[in-house]
Design a protein around this ligand. Structure first.
Ligand code: UD1
Ligand code: CA
Length: 452
């Protein structure tokens, strides 16, 4: 039987106090809904249908196509009503899995267990809640069989004492699910069509209800507030830190690390406190990351060191480089081996050959820098004339004195030696010293002005 998945995401998320639809709030840099969709996809479903309501257009735009079908639930009349909006899209012979878009950390193997438990009946996902307040409680018979789910607001004091709660996810055949849904009534405290009432309908028909218990609470925690989100973010980051430590990465502090994407590390990588890794980051063997660095879609080859307070984005760093402190590598910075980029140096869309250095206070943009080039403090490429960007070519073994201004397009031939303070607007010849600055003069017998 093929699996089709319905994800409920129409709720407003009032308690977030935000203009952003709840499922678009980010955990580990990714919208909550995107986490759920990623887990859903591991089951290779034939169809994924997302039910949206509040901010539907915004949700669709943020998630993109991603092989998802969208259904609008204009009025939020309850979880059962939400599933009914999607069910006409589902093939009658499919097995349906209902998930929530605001439960981001659910694991693929849990979804698999839930799907397997539904065979021929109804499966619900439950968990032992540390604090069950607000959740639907699982009411079992004296023999331990699941009888029904009672919502917090409808529960008796005895039922409120139950700690096994409804996560909200369920799995069943599309045809019987449709029949149970058709019988829902909204005669309850919230005047809603509760999806949870399908359990009692299934039991009344003598259908087996299998409760699958989640292994840990975090996995099935739904986000209702920014506080929930902050707690879950730390839980996620702590799990990421633990995985890195187990794989041999040295972390200065496992509580002060943020991975918002994929971080792949070689042997003996060390990461100091407060670093943020976004997108896809690869660190080779022996790479050391200093405190307070941000790396977004970057690869750093073996033996390189990124010193404190550096920001690297869409860049490639070769082996045994030294970057920072306070360096900024912008998109298209491509560094070969043993390159040094020092404090307050910004590099954009530029290649550096092996062994080249820009150690202090420089801006190198749209440039081709050869090998063994030395770029003095304060040197900048003037790559933009107000309309177009132009390239600067600095061939191998050039030496550029401090505070040079390189007006692009311009080429410094191999071994060019540029005097400090020069404004270079014409190509320079190989191996020669070029100086382009006013000559120094001393005015003889000059007298300072006098007052009065
Ligand atoms: C629901 C369950 C409760 C369970 C809890 C777990 C019901 C009646 N109750 O309660 O047993 O313990 O989840 O978090 O199902 N949604 C829609 N359309 C609607 C209403 C909700 O799409 O009309 C979506 C929400 O966006 C959310 C999910 O369904 O993703 C759950 O809705 P929510 O209002 O949070 O349900 P609870 O009252 O918390
Ligand atoms: Ca909820």
């Amino acid at each position: 039987m093929s699996i089709e998945i319905i994800v409920l995401a129409a709720g407003q998320g009032k308690r977030m106090h935000s203009a952003l639809p709840k499922v678009l709030h980010r955990l580990a840099g990714k919208p909550l809904l995107a986490h759920v969709l990623a887990a859903a996809r591991t089951l290779a479903p034939r169809r994924v249908i997302v039910v949206h309501g509040h901010g539907g257009a915004e949700v669709r735009a943020a998630i993109g196509d991603a092989g998802v079908e969208w259904v609008d639930q204009a009025e939020q009349l309850g979880t059962g009503h939400a599933v009914m909006q999607a069910l006409p899209r589902v093939s009658p012979d499919a097995e349906v899995l209902v998930l929530y878009g605001d439960v981001p950390l659910v694991r693929a193997d849990t979804l698999r267990r839930l799907a397997d438990a539904a065979r021929g009946g109804l499966a619900i996902l439950t968990a032992e809640a540390p604090d069950p307040a607000g959740y639907g409680r699982i009411v079992r018979s004296s023999g331990g069989r699941v009888e029904r789910i009672v919502e917090h607001k409808d529960a008796t004091p005895e039922e409120l004492a139950i700690r096994e709660v409804n996560v909200g996810f369920l799995a069943a055949g599309a045809a019987p699910l449709g029949q149970w849904l058709a019988r829902l009534k909204n005669r309850n405290a919230q005047r809603e069509y509760y999806l949870t009432d399908v359990v009692a309908h299934a039991v009344a028909e003598g259908v087996a209800v299998n409760a699958v218990k989640a292994a840990e609470w975090q996995e099935v925690t739904g986000i209702n507030s920014r506080h929930d989100l902050a707690i879950l973010e730390r839980a996620y980051q702590n799990a990421a830190a633990r995985r890195l430590l187990e794989a041999g990465v040295a972390l200065a502090d496992l509580w002060r690390l943020d991975v918002r994407g994929e971080l792949e590390c070689g042997r003996d990588v060390s990461i100091d406190v407060n670093c943020v890794f976004e997108g896809s980051v690869r660190l080779g063997d022996g790479v050391r990351i200093g405190p307070n660095c941000v790396l977004r879609d970057v690869s750093v080859a073996a033996g390189s060191e990124i010193l404190a307070f550096s920001l690297l984005e869409n860049a490639e760093v070769g082996a045994r480089c030294r970057i920072g402190p306070y360096a900024r590598l912008r998109p298209g910075a491509m560094l070969a081996e043993e390159v040094h980029i020092g404090n307050f140096v910004e590099v954009k869309a530029s290649r550096f050959g092996a062994g080249s250095k820009a150690n202090h206070l420089a801006y190198i943009g749209d440039a081709e820098v050869g090998s063994r080039v030395n770029i003095g403090a304060g040197t900048i490429t003037c790559n933009y004339d107000g309309a177009a960007k132009h390239r600067t070519v600095i061939e191998d073994d050039c030496f550029i004195g401090s505070d040079a201004t390189l007006v692009a397009p311009v080429r410094l031939a191999k071994g060019s030696y540029i005097g400090a303070g020069s404004t270079i607007s014409k190509d320079t010849p190989a191996g020669e010293l070029t100086v382009a600055r006013a000559r120094q003069i001393t005015v003889p017998r000059w007298k300072p002005p006098r007052k009065g």
